[in-house]
Design a protein around this ligand. Structure first.
Ligand code: HEC
Ligand code: HEC
Length: 359
């Protein structure tokens, strides 16, 4: 009896709580909805924060300059490729916004990979590396291309270390950069050094001045484009400091993606949910990094914007709307750090340095 009474009371309390939770949730959804509606008039810049950092080192503590210098040398080092004709900079040209502007980049013997080269600028800040996020960070990523048969095509880590060990200047540079380690010339350290260099590849843009409060940093057309970018729904995926780089989303969320050959993240996880999911690319410097999309299939930025509106949002943009969004995206073109990216003088080869292998 007591128990029953107790139960009945509990049920009442339960229903009472459920009722008010539903009311509160409805209110919250309603309020959030009207917040977005207000944002339609003056775009909510908080969508694109926090402000761009000066570098991508943990806690923004610049890495040891000697480590960065070593990383820079390795970034430009063609002797890390089988035929000694390709470096990271061949496909990710630092004086071309970190890309080569080809649909697919030629690697060893001119072979083409199946994906468009993304920019290395600001990449260190992404949630993960590659179109499908299969490398956790720039340090891990850097160890891939050197051994990739269609990129730099080195046969083994051992061969890479043999090349580095053949040049006393590299041996010394590794020893200086990794003073605590007995074995300083290692493949992991190579990845760490290149990654450390990449963590300094930041491109502050006019948009960042606008974000900081300078109303003159964007012109009227660009401001219209920004409003449209938010209103149309682009910022559902292209948000945060990098206008992307932070989530995986389906290419073809509303209307099917034209090219289904590459299933994106599905290949990495084998999970049905991940079919056609790609890392949302950052839109920083996008006006300079065409051709567009993982398959490099679209040449002009305007055409890419129109395709996005259609496939991702089911919307048809007018020519002038697309033009305004493109103008806005141009405000994301930043300034590469000119001194930081100067190609260094590389160590000289010795008699024991392996010869180029064109096979
Ligand atoms: C032959 C051309 C080529 C070379 C050489 C090359 N890359 Fe790449 N890089 C690519 C391509 C293509 C992708 C995208 C591949 C994918 O997503 O599957 C990529 C992806 C990346 C990414 C991921 C960026 C992002 O937004 O996800 C980084 C970082 C990167 N490369 C750095 C390097 C470094 C460092 C080197 C030298 C050790 C290098 N690359 C050498 C073509 C190249
Ligand atoms: C549902 C998420 C989503 C929405 C909404 C979205 N995008 Fe994208 N965007 C992506 C993904 C994912 C890619 C990569 C597609 C691919 O290459 O497979 C991409 C790629 C792009 C690219 C090419 C970038 C490059 O480096 O190749 C541009 C430009 C772009 N989007 C602009 C926009 C604009 C403008 C809008 C609004 C009209 C928009 N996007 C809406 C997810 C989205």
């Amino acid at each position: 009896m007591t128990l029953q009474w107790h139960h009945g009371n509990r049920d009442k309390i339960h229903r009472f709580i459920v009722f008010w939770v539903v009311v509160a949730a409805t209110l919250l959804i309603f309020l959030r909805g009207s917040e977005i509606a207000i944002a339609d008039e003056a775009p909510n810049l908080a969508l694109f924060g926090p402000p761009l950092p000066e570098n991508f080192y943990p806690q923004q503590q610049p890495a040891d300059p000697e480590l960065v210098d070593l990383g820079r040398s390795l970034y430009f080092e063609k002797r890390l490729s089988k035929n000694q004709d390709i470096s990271c900079n061949s496909c990710h040209q630092l004086d071309h916004y970190g890309v080569d502007n080809q649909p697919f980049s030629p690697g060893h013997k001119g072979q083409l990979g199946g994906r468009n080269s993304p920019s290395v600028y600001n990449a260190a800040a992404h949630v993960a590396q590659f179109w499908d996020g299969r490398a956790a960070d720039v340090e891990a990523q850097a160890k891939g291309p050197i051994l990739n048969p269609v990129e730099m095509a080195m046969p083994s880590e051992a061969q890479v270390l043999k090349v580095l060990n053949s040049m006393p200047e590299y041996v010394e540079a590794f020893a200086t950069a990794f003073p605590k380690d007995k074995q300083s010339v290692t493949y992991d350290h190579l990845g760490q050094a290149i990654g450390a260099f990449e963590r300094g590849l930041v491109t502050p843009a006019p948009f960042d001045r606008y974000f900081a409060g300078d109303q003159t940093a964007l012109n009227a057309k660009q401001k219209r484009g920004l409003t449209l970018f938010v209103d149309a729904g682009c910022a559902q995926c292209h948000n945060g400091t990098y206008f992307g780089g932070n989530t995986y989303q389906k290419a073809g969320r509303v209307n099917p993606w034209p090219n289904q050959e590459d299933q994106g993240r599905y290949k990495v996880t084998g999970d049905e949910y991940d079919r056609m999911l790609f890392k949302v690319p950052s839109l920083r410097n996008v006006a300079k990094t065409g051709p567009y999309f993982h398959d490099g299939s679209v040449k002009s930025l305007k055409a890419a914007v129109v395709q996005m509106a259609n496939t991702q949002l089911g919307k048809d943009l007018s020519n002038s709307e697309a033009g305004d969004i493109v103008a806005f995206l141009e405000s994301l073109t930043g300034e590469p750090p000119t001194d930081y990216i100067q190609p260094p003088v590389l160590p000289v080869s010795t008699e024991s340095t392996p010869a180029a292998d064109p096979t």
